[in-house]
Design a binder for this molecule. Structure first.
Ligand SMILES: [Zn+2]
Length: 134
């Protein structure tokens, strides 16, 4: 009985796609490619964080402006029309009447598929105040 020669799958550098030779756990063809790839990853992560923070800050500003109005309940499509992105928040838990209780930094609000209501500031617990050195 003959066995076929074991074909090693050709590995390619994550950064430049050149073939990789040597240790089986090698991911890059060179130190330069490894460093370049990690720098790009860090840069993408920084940009992604910055974009998410920007969305949260915009949501925060919209929530503040809603709190200043006389109204206590708003149609979600109207609020999203202002640029509010309801799938971005800093904390979420299930709420009453089919809604969710969300937080955007120190603002808490209830949201369902059709409306947003009960927007208000939350107090920061004493332990968290200590952690933040407030
Ligand atoms: Zn490479």
């Amino acid at each position: 009985m003959y066995s076929l020669p074991r074909m090693e799958k050709e590995r390619r550098c994550l950064n430049c796609n050149s073939p990789i030779y040597g240790r089986p756990d090698k991911l890059f063809c060179s130190d330069r490619c490894r460093d370049n790839w990690h720098n790009i990853e860090k840069s993408l992560l920084r940009k992604s964080r910055s974009a998410i923070l920007g969305i949260l800050e915009k949501n925060y500003g919209i929530l503040i402006s809603l709190m200043k109005s006389e109204c206590r309940r708003w149609p979600l499509d109207l609020v999203e029309g202002l640029g509010f992105k309801s799938d971005y928040f800093t904390r979420i838990s299930s709420g009453k009447r089919g809604g969710m209780v969300c937080e955007c930094f120190n603002i808490r609000y209830c949201v369902s598929k059709t409306k947003i209501w009960d927007i208000g500031f939350i107090s920061i617990p004493l332990q968290d105040r200590r952690d933040l050195r407030l």
